[in-house]
Design a protein around this ligand. Structure first.
Ligand SMILES: [Fe+2]
Ligand SMILES: [Fe+2]
Length: 147
């Protein structure tokens, strides 16, 4: 076992305070859980590779949501640039992994779980180090939300 348990790592990380972004992070959590399930299923590698592709497409759209949010906020241009650069780095890294998965179709469940661990860690790290900063640029704050 790799010790993967995204259910414990996500809840406190996904509360950015923007409804759309928070909902997308919840979907992302579900997709990662789904990826882990498909990694351990005793089937050929196609389902895993399809699930990974679904996750990549969702992530691409999610990053566009965040970049639109940042453009419409008062976030300094340099901070936006760094966040966007990290989105691109992450997409590149996951695309490379995806190519390897397609090439090694039907690879062992252990190798798929290693991929899951990388994906889970990269996405959680990104939320923890970049996405949380968007909290400071929320336009509307509900009652009880501190400045
Ligand atoms: Fe982000
Ligand atoms: Fe995000």
């Amino acid at each position: 076992m790799t010790g993967i348990d995204p259910r414990h790592d996500f809840p406190e990380l996904i509360a950015i305070g923007d409804v759309e972004i928070d909902e997308e992070h919840a979907v992302l959590q579900g997709l990662i859980e789904h990826l882990i399930e498909s990694a351990t299923a005793m089937i050929d590698g196609k389902r895993f590779s399809d699930t990974f592709s679904d996750l990549l497409i969702f992530l691409l759209n999610h990053f566009q949501t965040e970049e639109t949010f940042m453009r419409n906020s008062r976030m300094p241009a340099e901070e936006q640039r760094l966040h966007k650069r990290e989105h691109n780095r992450l997409l590149d890294a996951l695309h490379r992994i995806n190519k390897d998965i397609v090439r090694a179709r039907g690879s062992a469940a252990a190798a798929r779980l290693d991929v899951c661990e990388v994906v889970r860690r990269e996405i959680i790290d990104h939320i923890a180090h970049y996405d949380v900063n968007m909290k400071r640029y929320l336009v509307t704050k509900g009652p009880g939300v501190p400045d």
